[in-house]
Design a protein around this ligand. Sequence first.
Ligand code: ADP
Ligand code: GLC
Length: 493
Amino acid sequence: MIRTQKLRVLFITSEIYPVCKTGGLGDVSAALPMALQHLQTDIKILLPGYSSVLKGVKYKKVVHEFNDLQHFPVATLLSGKLALSKTESLSVFVIDCPGLYVREGGPYLDAQDRDWPDNSLRFGLLSKIGAILSSDASPLKWQPDIAHCNDWPSGLTPAYLHFHSGRKAATVMTIHNLAFQGVFAPGTVIQLGLPPSSFNVEGVEYYGNLSFLKAGIYYAEHITTVSPNYAQEIQGESLGFGMQGLLASRNDKLTGIVNGIDTEKWNPETDAYLAKPYNGEKLSGKALNKKELQQRMGLDIDSDIPLLGVISRLSYQKGTDLLIQIAPELVKLPAQLVILGSSHAELEKQLVPLAKMYPSAIAVQIGFDEALSHLIEAGADCFLMPSRFEPCGLNQMYSQRYGTLPIVHATGGLLDTVVNYTPSSLTKGTASGFLFHPITADGLLKAIQSAINTYQDKKTWYKLQRNAMSKDFSWQTSATAYQEIYRSLIHAA
Ligand code: ADP
Ligand code: GLC
């Protein structure tokens, strides 16, 4: 039978740019659905109703009142539009349940960086409504062919759907980061209305607890992760976080699809956050952004000194501790360092004094700042990502697009998206940054030293910048790969 209807997809996520973003999941949850929409997919997003979401979503209408869900409080389902630009928007469903979602703090953590104590209920409800809307129990006419779940907060959707006996959508579980698993006490299984039999190694059980992510990986029809290299890495012990056995046993259903980036929002030619727009043909504008960044962050104004940028969640994953270790050596190279980081009280405490000790060379800003993140991408010469693991990573791609050469650990998606500079990759025209391995403070420092040596050779540097800036990081190819997976699942049904 030839299918003429558009593919219908419910994309379930706990973050979406511009209304709620703690990291790359927020970016991807906006850009991938938009790219799929361009490919004629009928896609709708399901989101928790945090206050920023209720405020940012326009043309809201009540579409259903869930007042009879056992195990969950009453919730209202709203539909509306989320504008991503002046001309483009996404259709969204919002779960309005103020008792669970409207509060001061982040989506997962309170203001003291502690998990919200009712996270199992908050994201259990997201998963549950995701499952209802994806089955013939849905109160809506619109029913998806595919329920696309993202990370642990929607990991129970495939489990709920598995135990639903009527018509239902096929499920895709995307792992953006295996380190966050949504692990809760065993009693949560009953509290969230899952059958007791599901609390099994062949089910939602994970080392004696319930794991939302394990549930998703176990029950989803297909699993994806955000780069081909990470898809391999998570099947091994060192990066499998205890799920390597399950992932390896399902590897015929596991696909690595590298993330793209929003090439309109991250475009140095049109970026409104920059002091001066520029492109690969005319890089003089980049120097003005460097000056602006030095000025804004209180560093010495110096066009020659290499300026290294960092934008990240401060964490063990991102290697923030390694940056702290090498900072005094960096200053001696000499080099300048600008760090924009968020959410880790202990690492913040160590970073801030460094900036006080070396005020002309090191600047640290704590907190989430979208505008500054764009200026750092434009104003820095190099971008540092000493991640111990990195499922995909977006900043290394933003950096290349801005001619800011990335210095990255050879892991996960970083290995898939940055081509190490060697004489031969330069000749081939592919070199676009600097990779190092293994991940040690010394290895990081050596990689920075070697990048700075290359920086002194202006002709080579310029070639590297041009290579990096001409790479295609748009979503088109990756969105097509997701669409192929969706189609294969419908055909298999
Ligand atoms: P992760 O999702 O693991 O944090 P990614 O590289 O995939 O890493 O995505 C991080 C995203 O969050 C990027 O868009 C980055 O620019 C942004 N980001 C991280 N920290 C900050 C911050 N403190 N201020 C502004 N943007 C930030
Ligand atoms: C995660 C990963 C990051 C990835 C992002 C979006 O937070 O840590 O590597 O780019 O999700 O998929």
